[in-house]
Design a protein around this ligand. Structure first.
Ligand code: 0A1
Ligand code: ZN
Length: 879
């Protein structure tokens, strides 16, 4: 067994930089295999010390080093695989470094690389050191001037951060452009793009009258797919002015879409670079979900201009300072421009399915991690989504006005600086009228708190008791309680809201601080049933344990005035039914799924009925969406019954469809959208609801429902309805399904983003041990192991959304995924490490599966060339 020595970076070791770099002048002579970088840095010693100058550098070919114009002999500095050290430097000087890089060979998509033959960069968090030697840490802020030189034919477009200051022909077939960014920034926000691109342009006038030229650059064949992204950008700019008083601060704002990108997008100052999935949309090729994703990611990156760029992070332990805050901001934006309840449901779904799972396993870490081996592994749901929930709690505890005042103060106080989560907390705490010290725990502790809620009724009073259970997490000794806002209400047996005090308030936000907190409210003697609505709107990112029976849940699903909790009650009811059935079958060996529980059936029926009224169709669609298999699996701490979960879910859906097929058909017909495709709230809702109805009907083995789907595919003008119908056909095996899938692959063979949808559908329906199909998909022209989007669509979806095949008892699913991870680790460790997290929670599976999973992880780790990224994830999982 090979030993991977862990060599963590620790927050407690932080020291300020030894040298400041006030100005950076970069000249790029771009060529695919041999790009030359000349870097002139204005360096200044920071403080009184004689330590050498350290410059990070990774896979660079060094040409020369000079101080104040004088070339250094090779004995004057040392270079190793991590960077360069120069002792005995003056207190202030100009350093010139010339080096070369190979963009074509850069398969890790980190640093300067090529995508579809165009040059682009990704520098966060540590990619800049793969471009040139530099103190590559976020607390070194500099003003940049960038000159790009390239072949005029090959690279007509030359972009970098800031404002364009010069463009000229060089007469030798090359041309050059100069960009200047007046705002000091850390190296991770540097970007350049050069290539054959076309753009759409628009303008935005800021609140104070600055004219901003907006551009979206894409490969020429995608030029007709940029309008939605441009509209989203303009909406975001307006929203950030209206909501946070934040204005844009350059003359241009450019976005570039590239096909090869490890993440969603990147907020480089004035030059955002995007995964093309989050820019390109037109009705024929993109679904409503794609339109949603584009709107929120464009907003997210734009909002970083303040929360991230103007005020940045001191070190990477502060990552959530920019990410948690910016996710919260983009969530609120989406909520304002769309359906607030649906948005909240989506957020909580993601938090519960991804972040809670992460927090309960070996990769658990606090919102502010205390140590890491590879910072790339910490772009997690905890840092992003739990981080956003923590900011949301600030908002809820302070109220909007004081939260906004705190936000103004934060931007004003720290503008142009690299700061910490403590700085944010202190600024918000100034607005608070409560003791905020305890709130700090949300940033420092891993694990999801559980709140056990009990209720007693006596002498005209209801007493509700909240008990916090702080989970045991390795390395976390104390189990002290958290401070959290908890919004509550109560209903009587007919679903009428009960007043919670003499003034008649029907809803209260309690602030829980102790391990045990009680609250009472008066209740009339003749009220014999009280049903609590807890954690309304999901005010606290916790698990609520309360012994609701099926009737309580059915009542809340029908009558709760908080839409989020109405959805939650319905989901709990479905999960309770499934888990009860599975447990009973396990204990008695007999299936207890003959009878469809009446309460659940009635709740389902009333949802369909609501769909006929003026209820938000999209909300109803969310309610009708069955909890996913992985989320149902979360209800089992060990020996996750993978197959039983799948069967129980299929069976319940079939029963509901059988019982309500008439109503489903009516909903399907009634929700048809007239006219051509438009992306607007009402139409999106209708399409979503129809999709649920059609999928539910297709849980039944009946040709009429399949025909409905086939007809929808043939008659629609848009990808949303085409894809929804195809997905509905994929609920069961059938000839129609196979034909439709084949036809789809023929029709869209030339469109990679559309083929991603096809790959993910195929990945979801691969049968256990069907390794031939996996081999076929891998060899399919639509797949490329080099492209992260393709890999996520096939390998990512297979391992996360097809649990029955991934966890096949033979181990064939594990083996196939591990093979892919090992192959990918050879050229893109960020992607291999991310894929491998699916193996993390092996302890929850039965002994045989657990052994098979650990065997595959050991195989990944035992290779001598296992990347540190992958070794960190797998090492933690096995420890
Ligand atoms: N800051 C970006 C996320 C991002 C992180 C790393 C990347 O490459 C390794 C790329 C993007 C965001 O929050 O959108
Ligand atoms: Zn971000």
């Amino acid at each position: 067994m090979s030993e991977h020595k862990s060599n963590p970076v620790r927050l407690s070791d932080y020291l300020p930089p030894d040298y400041a770099v006030d100005h950076v002048d970069l000249v790029f002579e771009l060529s695919p295999r041999d790009a030359r970088v000349t870097s002139r840095l204005t360096v200044r010693r920071n403080g009184d010390h004689a330590r050498p100058l350290w410059l990070d550098g990774d896979e660079l070919r060094l040409e020369s080093v000079a101080i104040d114009g004088e070339t250094l002999a090779s004995e004057r500095f040392e270079v190793d695989e991590r960077g360069m050290s120069i002792p005995d430097v003056p207190g202030a000087f100009e350093l010139t470094v010339v080096n070369r890089v190979d963009p074509v060979d850069n398969t890790a998509l980190d640093g300067l690389y090529q995508s579809s033959g165009n040059f682009c960069t990704q520098c966060e968090p540590e990619g800049f050191r793969r471009i040139t030697f530099f103190p590559d840490r976020p607390d070194v802020l500099s003003r940049y001037r960038v000159t790009l030189i390239a072949d005029r034919e090959e690279c007509p477009v030359l972009l970098s951060n800031g404002n364009p200051v010069d463009q000229r022909d060089l007469g030798d077939g090359r041309h050059q452009a100069v960009w200047e960014d007046p705002h000091p920034k850390p190296s991770y926000l540097f970007a350049l793009v050069a290539g054959k691109l076309e753009a759409i342009h628009d303008r935005f006038t800021t609140a104070s009258g600055r004219e901003v030229e907006l551009g979206i650059y894409v490969e020429p064949h995608n030029i007709d797919r940029c309008d939605h992204a441009m509209r989203s950008l303009i909406k975001s700019m307006r929203w950030d002015e209206d909501t946070y008083g934040r204005e844009y601060d350059l003359d241009v704002f450019n976005i570039v879409a590239v096909d090869d990108f490890n993440m969603g997008a990147m907020e480089n100052k004035g030059l955002n670079i995007f995964n093309s999935k989050f820019i390109l949309a037109r009705a024929e090729t993109a679904t409503d979900a794609d339109y949603d994703g584009i709107e929120s990611v464009v907003a997210h990156e734009y909002f970083h201009n303040w929360s991230g760029n103007r005020v940045t992070c001191r070190d990477w332990f502060q990552l959530s300072l920019k990410e948690g805050f910016t996710v919260f901001r983009d969530q609120e934006f989406s909520s304002d421009v769309g359906s607030a309840a649906v948005k909240r449901i989506e957020e909580v779904n993601l938090l519960r399915q991804v972040q809670f799972a992460e927090d309960a396993g070996p990769q658990a870490h606090p919102v502010q991690p205390k140590e890491y081996e590879q910072i790339n592994n910490f772009y997690t749901a905890t840092v992003y989504n739990k981080g956003a929930e923590v900011v949301r709690m600030w908002r809820n505890l302070l109220g909007w006005d004081r939260f906004r005042a705190g936000s103004d103060r934060y931007f004003e106080r720290f503008d142009g600086q690299a700061v910490t989560i403590e700085d944010f907390i202190e600024t918000m705490a100034e607005q608070a009228d409560f003791d905020t010290a305890q709130f700090r725990r949300w940033y420092d502790r891993a694990g999801t708190p559980i709140v056990h809620v009990s209720k007693t009724q006596a002498n005209g009073e209801v007493r509700v008791t909240f008990e916090q259970e702080v989970p045991a997490v390795a390395g976390q000794e104390d189990r002290d309680p958290f401070l959290m806002p908890m919004r509550v209400a109560a209903f009587d047996g007919r679903g009428k809201p009960l007043p919670l005090d003499e003034s008649g308030t029907a809803e209260k936000t309690l602030v829980l601080r102790e391990s045990r907190t009680s609250f009472t409210f008066p209740v009339a003697e003749d009220i014999d049933r009280v049903v609590l609505s807890l954690n309304r709107g999901f005010t606290a990112p916790v698990k609520i344990e309360h012994d609701y029976d099926a009737d309580d849940l059915a009542l809340l699903a029908r009558a709760d005035s908080d839409e989020f909790n109405r959805w939650d009650a319905y989901q709990r009811l479905v999960i309770k039914t499934l888990v009860d059935r599975i447990r009973q079958a396990r204990e008695t060996g007999e299936c207890s799924d003959e009878e469809l529980p009446e309460g659940l059936s009635a709740a389902f029926g009333s949802l369909l009925h609501a769909a006929g009224g003026d209820s938000d169709a999209r909300f109803v669609a969310e309610c009708l969406t069955m909890p996913s298999e992985p989320y149902i699996a979360e209800q089992f701490e060990r020996d996750v019954p993978v197959d039983a979960i799948h069967q129980a879910r299929v069976r319940l859906r079939e029963q509901l469809a059988n019982e309500w097929s008439q109503s489903l058909m009516l909903v399907y017909e009634k929700q048809e959208v007239d006219g051509s495709y438009e992306y607007n709230g009402e139409d999106v809702g209708r399409r979503a609801l129809r999709a649920q109805a059609l999928a539910c009907l297709n849980a039944l083995d009946h040709p009429a429902w399949r025909r409905l789907a086939v007809e929808q595919i043939a008659s629609t003008d848009n990808m949303t309805e085409r894809f929804n119908a195809l997905s509905a056909l994929c609920v069961r095996e059938s000839e129609e399904r196979d034909q439709a899938l084949e036809q789809f692959a023929r029709d869209w063979a030339d469109d990679p983003l559309v083929m991603d949808k096809w790959l993910s559908l195929r990945a979801r329906i691969v049968a256990p041990d069907d390794t031939d199909t996996l081999a076929e998909l891998e060899a399919h022209p639509a797949f490329s192991i080099r492209n992260p989007n393709r890999v996520r669509s096939l390998v990512g979806v297979f391992s996360r959304a097809n649990p029955v095949a991934f966890h096949a008892a033979s181990g064939s699913g594990y083996r196939w995924v591990a093979d892919k991870i090992i192959e990918i680790d050879g050229f893109n460790p960020q992607i291999s490490a991310r894929l491998a997290t699916v193996f993390s929670r092996w302890r929850r599976y039965d002994g045989a599966r657990a052994d098979l999973m650990t065997e595959q992880m050991q195989r990944m780790l035992d290779r001598p060339d296992c990347s540190t990224d992958l070794a960190e994830i797998v090492g933690k999982a096995l420890r």
